[in-house]
Design a protein around this ligand. Structure first.
Ligand code: 13P
Length: 269
């Protein structure tokens, strides 16, 4: 049995208001039901809607008895108080969120968040009993210098180095090379696997095999139903963080099916 359950996570970004979100979940429910999707199989599905759609998504998932998890795209590092516009980890946990994306490249770019902020956010998510999905990945500039692996591993190390073994075991890392996001140009399966392997090796060096063996490492960047199967061939790739394709229920359900089959094949190894 693989010790890591693959995750198919949809990051909706700033798309789908609460009414559109309800339509999405109903269609997804029908598709998964029609495909006789086996929630007991070895893959997990999660949706990360905008804050305003989380509650509607969560209520509908429950009503439809869909074992799909919910997450958020960002969180404040602070626990509460006079911080207009911010949302705390505790609020997300109370909404039933399981995961919180931390340090997505779009947030790093448009809302400069330094490593200190990200360290605090990861800690806040863990303290609230949820799991952070820390996003890392190089831009074309680092790639052209041939330092992409050092760069991505450095981002992981900068944010996670002071965590305890127990905390580190609950992390998920999403390797999302900036050049692959949104443009339709996915990383090759080899590139995704090399990065995931380098990140896992970092955890092995820092925390040992027990932690390195359970940290889930996702790939993100132009994942779709055509490239999902080959990207899942990487032994260190434990699923996907999906943007554009996660806004289309048919495509998202297809990818979930592909990852489930890959997970079953892995378990059989
Ligand atoms: P795309 O799948 O649209 O490339 O987005 C990836 C992403 O940023 C997920 O967090």
């Amino acid at each position: 049995m693989s010790r890591r359950t693959p995750l198919v996570a949809g990051n909706w970004k700033m798309n789908l208001d609460h009414v559109e979100a309800a339509g999405f979940v109903q269609r997804l429910s029908w598709l998964l039901h029609d495909a006789r999707y086996d929630y007991d199989s070895s893959a997990e599905i999660a949706i990360m809607p905008p804050y305003t759609s989380i509650r509607s998504v969560q209520v509908l998932l429950q009503a439809e008895r869909m074992r799909v998890k919910v997450g958020a795209q960002n969180v404040s590092a602070i626990s509460g108080g006079a911080f207009t516009g911010d949302i705390s980890a505790r609020m997300l946990q109370r909404l039933g969120c399981s995961y919180v994306i931390v340090g997505h490249s779009e947030r790093r770019k448009y809302h400069p968040e330094d490593d200190v902020d990200l360290v605090d956010k990861v800690r806040a998510v863990l303290a609230a009993g949820m799991q952070p999905i820390l996003c890392v990945g190089e831009s074309l500039s680092e790639r052209s210098q041939g330092i992409e692996l050092e760069y991505a591993v450095g981002q992981v190390s900068d944010v996670t180095r002071d965590l305890s073994d127990a905390e580190a075991s609950r992390l998920l890392i999403a390797y999302e090379p900036v050049w692959a996001i949104g443009g339709g140009m996915s990383a090759t399966p080899k590139t995704a696997q090399n990065a995931a392997a380098a990140i896992r090796q970092h955890f092995r060096d820092r925390y040992g095999e027990a932690v390195a063996g359970v940290v889930r490492i996702l790939y993100g960047g132009s994942v779709n139903s055509n490239n999902a199967e080959s990207l899942m061939q990487g032994a260190d790739v434990d699923g996907f963080l999906i943007g554009g394709a996660a806004l289309k229920p048919d495509e998202f359900a297809k990818i979930a099916g592909i990852v489930t089959l890959a997970a079953v094949a892995r378990d059989g190894r």
